[in-house]
Ligand binder design. Structure first.
Ligand code: ADP
Ligand code: AMP
Length: 217
């Protein structure tokens, strides 16, 4: 299964990606996670990306496309993949088409998760992530058993630098300008399924699976 998860920041893409990749045994490829890892490791790529990320802006297309192209060539993507947070511009989407076509393959579906703006801000600002295993929580909507501690590995939870109200607002603006046009782009290609992301995490997951399997993939 070759999938894209589309949606504004805080829609629940990363949360759903973990369960979808587990169910279909496909790698979860998050460009945001790749950048955050590079920032942590203080690589050249990390230094380049950090300035854009801190301002809520997109990292330039050519930088992102090269990373994704390399990643898709890995053996573990042969049976499929789940892209989370990529593509984010029409240019990136066209570049992805070219990359997949060179590999003699294409996309199965694009899952678009829809959530209203006020909820997005609440979700992103309350998001906490495990420093150790990367699991995602929410202080109110999906809290860990012990505050600040990961249920899965007892790692320490942290808040992303860009999950403050100001930067989240900017990221949503950038989404509307640059990423939202991808909804029509993929609808015209008959790849799009849209899911109501306001519901509980488990309901959103069930609806995604129903949409994917109901479309006889
Ligand atoms: P994205 O990857 O789209 O930016 P995340 O999956 O990281 O979004 O989710 C953002 C925040 O919202 C996280 O704190 C997560 O725990 C929480 N969250 C995700 N899905 C839901 C949901 N359906 N209902 C309530 N909170 C959710
Ligand atoms: P995310 O983890 O998906 O919320 O992404 C966090 C930040 O990483 C974004 O605000 C961008 O600065 C950068 N980023 C992630 N994916 C992309 C992409 N496909 N194109 C450009 N920038 C990206």
């Amino acid at each position: 299964m070759r999938l894209i998860l589309l949606g504004p920041p805080g829609a629940g893409k990363g949360t759903q990606a973990v369960s979808i990749s587990e169910k279909y045994k496909i790698p979860h490829i998050s460009t945001g996670d790749i950048f955050r890892y590079n920032i942590k490791m203080q690589t050249e790529l990390g230094k380049k990306a950090k300035g854009y990320m801190d301002q809520g802006l997109l990292v330039p297309d050519e930088v992102v496309v090269e990373i994704v192209e390399d990643r898709l060539k890995n053996q573990d993507c042969k049976a499929g993949f789940l892209l989370d947070g990529f593509p984010r511009t029409v240019n990136q989407a066209k570049a992805l088409e070219a990359v997949l076509s060179k590999m003699n393959t294409g996309l199965d579906k694009v899952v678009n998760i829809e959530v209203d703006k006020d909820i997005l801000v609440q979700r992103a600002v309350g998001r906490r992530i495990c420093k150790n295993c990367g699991a995602t929580y929410h202080v109110e909507f999906n809290p860990p058993e012990k505050s600040g501690i990961c249920d899965k590995c007892s790692g320490e939870l942290y808040q992303r630098d860009d999950d403050n109200e100001k930067t989240v607002g900017k990221r949503i603006e950038v989404y509307v300008e640059e990423t939202k046009p991808l909804i029509d782009f993929y609808r015209e290609k008959n790849k799009l399924v849209t899911i109501d992301g306001k519901n509980d995490i488990n309901i959103v997951f069930d609806e995604i699976i129903e949409a994917l399997e109901g479309n006889s993939l």
